[in-house]
Design a protein around this ligand. Structure first.
Ligand code: PBG
Length: 329
């Protein structure tokens, strides 16, 4: 080569599986994942969610067995979503002692004390109108909703939840929930805030699974506009000031720039929520034989960690954990 040319051989570090493994920068572990579960009232029922093949709504009596499988795979945390029989204007089912998530939490902690229970603190699965708070004059009333959300968080902690994860997007929710938890003696329970949550079409399949589609309007007066990036910084900083212990960015896949922005400005763990629509798209393409599901899922989840996520909430958690187990055998 003549001297004025630069010629670098990057392929040296890609020459074999062992070499590639040596220089790998990002890793997935089963313990990085939080697995969401949909809990039904009643007994002995397991309904597959039509838009989420492989994901089921299950009744409480089937929970212990499911959790045993999850623990065996090395997953350390689960998140419960309730599918109650009864709903009302003020989401009573979210904060009563016998609520479906409270019952699931008690059972989980009794049979699987080492498995962390993350409680999703929201009203939308319990309100007849499907919004994440209470309605006054056709819109969600922020401060009135906060009182009920604080009550929900305390009842979840009383049932044994290890982490409170408020997903409602009301202003001030971290402060109000932190204070309510502290006043009730739960100073040790962390808050995993859905700090950056966009109003997204990627939640469609979840709303089937949790039966939480808004009956009028949409969530755009409380969830964020997908066009905005600076707003994510404001939301993240606010929740840190209010005392959040973890921050969630949601959805994940189309928002990896936001995951990186948030990772760069905070020093708490950042969680990416790989939401239902992201799951459904992969499953649909895979059913058609258009993609290699396992490779695609691993690539997607790895890209979330590379973007800066420390943890991932994902419906693929069990699949990934079992693939990782196979790899290590
Ligand atoms: C409740 C909540 C939603 C999701 C998680 N918690 C739905 C929503 O805000 O409409 C979506 C999760 C997913 O799509 O997987 N507020």
């Amino acid at each position: 080569m003549e001297e004025r040319y630069t010629f670098k051989r990057h392929r040296r570090l890609r020459s074999s599986e062992s070499m590639r493994s040596l220089v790998k920068e990002t890793h997935l572990r089963a313990a990085d994942f939080i697995y969401p579960l949909f809990i039904l009232e009643g007994t002995n029922t397991k309904n597959e969610v039509p838009s989420m093949p492989g994901i089921y709504q299950i009744t409480l009596d089937l929970l212990a067995e499911e959790l045993a499988d999850i623990e065996k795979l090395g997953i350390k945390s689960v998140m419960f979503f309730g599918v109650p029989n009864e709903k009302d204007e003020v989401g009573t089912g979210a904060y009563i002692e016998t609520g479906i998530v409270q019952e699931a939490t008690k059972r989980a902690k009794k049979h699987h004390p080492n498995l962390l229970v993350v409680a999703d603190t929201c009203l939308c699965e319990y309100t007849s109108h499907g919004h994440c708070g209470v309605i006054h004059d056709g819109d969600v009333d922020n401060d009135a909703s906060l009182k009920l959300l604080a009550k929900t968080a305390v009842s979840q902690a009383e049932a044994g939840a290890d982490i409170i994860a408020p997903s409602n997007m009301m202003d001030g929710f971290v402060t109000v929930i932190r204070k309510a938890l502290d006043d009730a003696g739960f100073t040790h329970i962390p808050i995993m805030s859905y700090a950056v949550k966009y109003a997204s079409a990627f939640y469609g399949p979840f709303r089937d699974a949790a039966d939480s589609t808004p009956q009028f309007g949409d969530r755009k007066t409380y969830q964020m506009d997908p066009a905005n990036r600076l707003e994510a910084i404001r939301e993240a900083k606010t929740d840190i000031e209010e005392g959040a212990d973890f921050l969630i960015v949601k959805p994940a896949l189309s928002y990896l720039d936001i995951v990186r922005d948030v990772r760069n400005i905070v020093d708490v763990p950042v969680v990416a929520y790989n939401v239902s629509g992201e799951y459904a798209m992969v499953k649909a393409a895979s059913e058609k034989g258009w993609i290699d599901e396992q490779s695609l899922v691993m690539e997607k989840l790895l890209s979330m960690k590379r973007a800066g996520a420390d943890l991932i909430i994902s419906y693929f958690a069990k699949d990934v954990a079992s693939w990782l187990q196979e790899e290590n055998q």
